[in-house]
Design a protein around this ligand. Structure first.
Ligand SMILES: *[C@@H]1O[C@H](CO)[C@@H](O)[C@H](O)[C@H]1NC(C)=O
Ligand SMILES: *[C@@H]1O[C@H](CO)[C@@H](O)[C@H](O)[C@H]1NC(C)=O
Ligand SMILES: *[C@@H]1O[C@H](CO)[C@@H](O)[C@H](O)[C@H]1NC(C)=O
Ligand SMILES: *[C@@H]1O[C@H](CO)[C@@H](O)[C@H](O)[C@H]1NC(C)=O
Ligand SMILES: *[C@@H]1O[C@H](CO)[C@@H](O)[C@H](O)[C@H]1NC(C)=O
Ligand SMILES: *[C@@H]1O[C@H](CO)[C@@H](O)[C@H](O)[C@H]1NC(C)=O
Ligand SMILES: *[C@@H]1O[C@H](CO)[C@@H](O)[C@H](O)[C@H]1NC(C)=O
Ligand SMILES: *[C@@H]1O[C@H](CO)[C@@H](O)[C@H](O)[C@H]1NC(C)=O
Length: 816
């Protein structure tokens, strides 16, 4: 009975524990949001009327051409001109009617039967190679680069796609070419149950290779990505799979990095034509004392900066969590090649090939698993390799924690870039695509991340999409079923003042004091104003103000526009102010006057409403406070309207002239009452759209006084009710929290030793905890669990034996 209890309690406990320990990291919030078609962040979208699902992307080496694998087509786009995507050539490549009929007969929905191109690689100077799902019967083809057309294979046969490309277009796969050979990781059957990592198109002594057929090498994996590291002569694969070494947690997903040597040609007797250098290790994306983000979604390779060792190669991965408490979010973790190499060079867990159970017991080391050149090793050594291919230690993040946690969305794709900021400083910029179709651009700072902006690039969430970065073209390429989007990496001219330019913390952008614009760092001759790390406006911009001729206003903030608002007494006045930055606080000010909440009503983050009375006439300033810097966005001058309405001067509100003030870089100010209604959807995108609305009360202005006076108390009542409501709510919340805390703490105390996901502090002496907890804690932390006590359990996949050629009827023994 006692052993059952923890299971029952696990879920609620996880919940409570997370509430308690959700002290975590502050989530980064995008500073500025650009919805679709915002003027501040336009981008190019390539579509063709008869081309769909443009989701597989490949850049040519010179980054002048973008190849696109689509539905029944392969495209070549000329991207040599910044921001342009021009169709050069198109290959039509569809299954025949017969193929399609067979496909639908197998029970596949018709929309999934076309040929979705999923592998697209450059083989050599004359040829490319492509594979597609081809009506659930994958097929590959050479492509002649010169004509950009399908080409016959040297053997003259049609190129089989099995083991190179998935059957189902929704199954993930990865492929990479190294020296004219194609390395792939995919599922090699209709249902997607037969994962395989293999090499194809090998010639001469270099034979085609694949993973041994016996069970245990891969456990229901989802392949994500692959990369080649020349100095190591290794191809690394990234995927997630079932963590069978954690057999005390049901269906625990783990993320992995695996490697094979490109020199591998398989063993002489044992492991013939099978990888002898395949090893894998767990990638751990986890903050201290929290549940791990365990499911890899995408990972990108960031090559080291010039002159640095290749060991400084970094891998930025997006991880989500299989537990519902973190389900809406993603974390980014970074791993160094150095750390991966160290883990692969260490000890290995041992797979008992009869029971398929893992243990950490040390075996006498007969070989170094993963070492290149093992194909020459003895049978004995290769048998050792077959049992020792899962590294004992996990790969921990380079900074021992999470690089970034998404605010409230899941990320699906990632790209990374090193950017030279002003003063020669280098920053890492990440591009992250959310599942809802927004592109986040984040810069990594000391110990945290700052999301500079988010740009909506997709109308609809997409199941299949891809992200690719062209550093030389300064464009982020997004492939989806909506087309191929090319988004410029930055638009510095969106920031209209030195203050905004610095607050943005965009390493691409700096303030140019000579031209007095925010511009690309590379375009600024000297004295570029930038503070990506601190975002300290006064530090950067004040040094320039001395250069500015007198009377030209402040370049720190730009001159705030002044707006005249003419009102009748007892009218309700509503002053509008929109913050573009989600990190700023909005503040309304009157010179020498408090804004008493009894008289003024401030809508959430914005508009100010009040009744026009002789005391409320005057000047109002809307200010944005961000990172210790206050800038005035707009100044309103509220005046009493003349009674003589026929006088032309009072017909429309007029701009107060500000001679000598610099206003050219400011947005246009509209003062007509209906200015707001014109473009309601673009609010966030524009530099603060500044306008004043004066709501006339009653059908006719002459009736205003009477109606206005009845409005006044209404306003006040609303305000005072609000206050009380807030007070009561706060009290209630505090009470509930206190109760929850007490309950949770006592629960946690009594069950902490049995809860699975709770990770007690690392400082605690592991020896003092009971066996089960210790094991699980270690497990979740990624260290080797002690599995011996579970050895009696039966595994569903027990193979007949562990001999190399174990023909269990799954795959033919020749490489596919
Ligand atoms: C940059 O932003 C400005 C102002 O929002 C806009 O007018 C301009 O078109 C944008 N330019 C580019 C290249 O995105
Ligand atoms: C192809 O595009 C359509 C929308 O045009 C989408 O519904 C479908 O899921 C896409 N299929 C694949 C395999 O990406
Ligand atoms: C791409 O277009 C440019 C003109 O925009 C042209 O000069 C160039 O030759 C084209 N490149 C290819 C590969 O077609
Ligand atoms: C590129 O590969 C193809 C197919 O294997 C081969 O026919 C062709 O000769 C190769 N081209 C070069 C320049 O090596
Ligand atoms: C190892 O195998 C390679 C072929 O891959 C061969 O050229 C080399 O001589 C072998 N080395 C030894 C020590 O057997
Ligand atoms: C900004 O810099 C100034 C001087 O350079 C310094 O006094 C101030 O404390 C800094 N502000 C912040 C928020 O770091
Ligand atoms: C401010 O007022 C405008 C027009 O009355 C309205 O569209 C907008 O939503 C208001 N802003 C806020 C933050 O309430
Ligand atoms: C006053 O009312 C009349 C009729 O209801 C209307 O035609 C007129 O436009 C109104 N004037 C103002 C200033 O609202």
């Amino acid at each position: 009975m006692a052993s059952l209890q923890p299971r029952f309690l696990t879920l609620p406990l996880i919940f409570i524990i997370i509430i308690i320990s959700s002290s975590g990291h502050a989530n980064a919030v995008p500073r500025v949001t650009f919805p679709l078609e915002s003027p501040g962040r336009p981008f190019t979208l390539f579509t063709l009327p008869d081309v769909y699902n443009t989701t597989t992307l490949l850049l040519s080496d010179d980054e002048e051409t973008l190849f696109v694998g689509a539905r029944d087509a392969v495209l070549s786009l000329n991207i040599s001109k910044a921001g342009s995507l021009q169709l050069s050539k198109k290959i039509d490549w569809s299954p025949t009617e017969n193929d399609l009929r067979d496909c639908t007969m197998k029970g596949t929905t018709e929309t999934d039967c076309p040929n979705f191109v999923r592998v697209l690689q450059v083989l050599n100077s004359t040829h490319m190679f492509a594979c597609g799902t081809f009506a659930f019967s994958p097929r590959c083809s050479y492509i002649s680069s010169e004509q950009f057309s399908l080409a016959a294979s040297p053997s003259g046969k049609t190129e089989e796609g099995r083991g190179r490309c998935p059957y189902n277009p929704y199954h993930k796969n990865t492929a990479i070419t190294v020296g004219g050979e194609l390395y792939t990781a995919t599922v090699a059957d209709y249902r997607g149950n037969r994962p395989v990592i293999s090499r194809h198109l090998s010639e001469g002594d270099h034979v085609d290779m694949k993973l041994d057929d016996t069970a245990g090498w891969l456990e229901d994996p989802t392949f994500i990505s692959s990369t080649y590291i020349p100095s190591e002569e290794k191809v690394y694969f990234f995927f997630s799979e079932m963590g069978r070494e954690y057999d005390f947690i049901d269906k625990f997903t783990v993320s992995r990095v695996a490697q094979v040597c490109t020199s591998d040609v398989g063993g002489q007797r044992t492991l013939q034509r099978r990888w002898t250098t395949f090893t894998k290790a767990q990638l751990l994306c986890q903050a201290r004392d929290e549940l791990p983000y365990n499911v890899l979604q995408d990972i990108t390779t960031l090559r080291p900066s010039e002159g640095a060792s290749e060991d400084d190669t970094l891998f930025y991965g997006i991880f989500s969590s299989q537990w519902s408490v973190n389900s809406g979010r993603s974390a980014v973790c970074v791993f160094s090649l150095r750390a991966i190499k160290a883990v692969f060079a260490g000890n290995y867990k041992v797979l008992n090939r009869d029971t398929l159970k893992w243990s950490s017991r040390m075996q006498e080391k007969i070989a170094n698993p993963g070492e290149c050149g093992l194909h020459n090793a003895s049978d004995n050594a290769l048998r050792f390799v077959k049992e020792n291919f899962l590294a004992d230690k996990s790969v921990s993040p380079a900074n021992q924690g999470l690089t970034l946690v998404s605010p409230d969305q899941r990320y699906s794709n990632i790209a990374a870039q090193r950017v030279k900021g002003a003063h020669g400083r280098e920053y890492t910029v990440l591009y992250l695509l959310t599942e809802s179709g927004y592109l986040h651009k984040a810069v990594l700072l000391e110990g945290r991340a700052h999301i500079i902006e988010e740009i909506q690039v997709l109308r609809q969430p997409q199941r299949v999409k891809n992200l690719l970065l062209s550093v030389s073209k300064g464009a982020v390429l997004v492939g989806s079923s909506e087309g191929v989007a090319s988004v410029p990496v930055s638009n510095c001219s969106h920031y209209w003042s030195c203050g905004e330019c610095v607050l943005a913390r965009d390493p691409f952008c700096a303030w140019d004091p000579t031209r007095r614009v925010c511009a690309r760092v590379s375009s600024i001759k000297d004295q570029a104003g930038q503070d990506v790390d601190g975002g300290n406006v006064s530090k950067v911009c004040n040094t320039f103000t001395t250069l500015v001729p007198r009377g030209r206003g402040s370049i720190v903030t730009g001159a705030p526009p002044r707006v005249l608002v003419s009102v009748f007494l007892k009218e309700v006045v509503r002053l509008r102010c929109v913050l573009s930055s989600q990190l700023a606080q909005l503040r309304w000010e009157r010179p020498g006057g408090e804004l008493s909440p009894d008289i003024y009503m401030q809508e959430d983050r914005g508009n100010l409403s009040f009744l026009a009375t002789p005391t409320t006439l005057g000047t109002y300033m809307c200010q944005a406070v961000e990172n210790g810097f206050t800038q005035t966005l707009v100044v309103y001058e509220v005046r009493q309207k003349d009674d003589f309405t026929l006088r032309p001067t009072s017909k429309s509100p007029t701009r107060i002239p500000e001679p000598g003030r610099e206003t050219t870089t400011r947005p246009k100010i509209e003062t007509t009452p209906n200015a707001i209604e014109k473009k309601p959807t673009m609010e966030k995108t524009q530099k603060p759209t500044l306008s004043a609305t004066v709501s006339p009360v009653g059908p006719n202005a002459t009736h205003a006084p009477a109606d206005g006076s009845t409005n006044m108390p209404q306003l006040e009542t609303r305000t005072s009710y609000l206050k009380e409501l807030v007070a009561v709510s706060v009290l209630l919340v505090i009470c509930i929290c206190a109760l929850l805390l007490v309950a949770a703490y006592s629960l946690r105390k009594s069950y902490r030793s049995r809860t699975v996901p709770r990770l007690p502090s690392l400082h605690r002496d592991p020896g003092t905890t009971e066996g089960g907890t210790h094991q699980e804690r270690e497990a979740l932390r990624g260290n080797s669990p002690q599995l011996d006590k579970h050895n009696g359990q039966k595994s569903p996949n027990t193979p007949s034996n562990g001999v190399s050629n174990g023909s269990n009827g799954h795959l033919p023994n020749i490489p596919i």
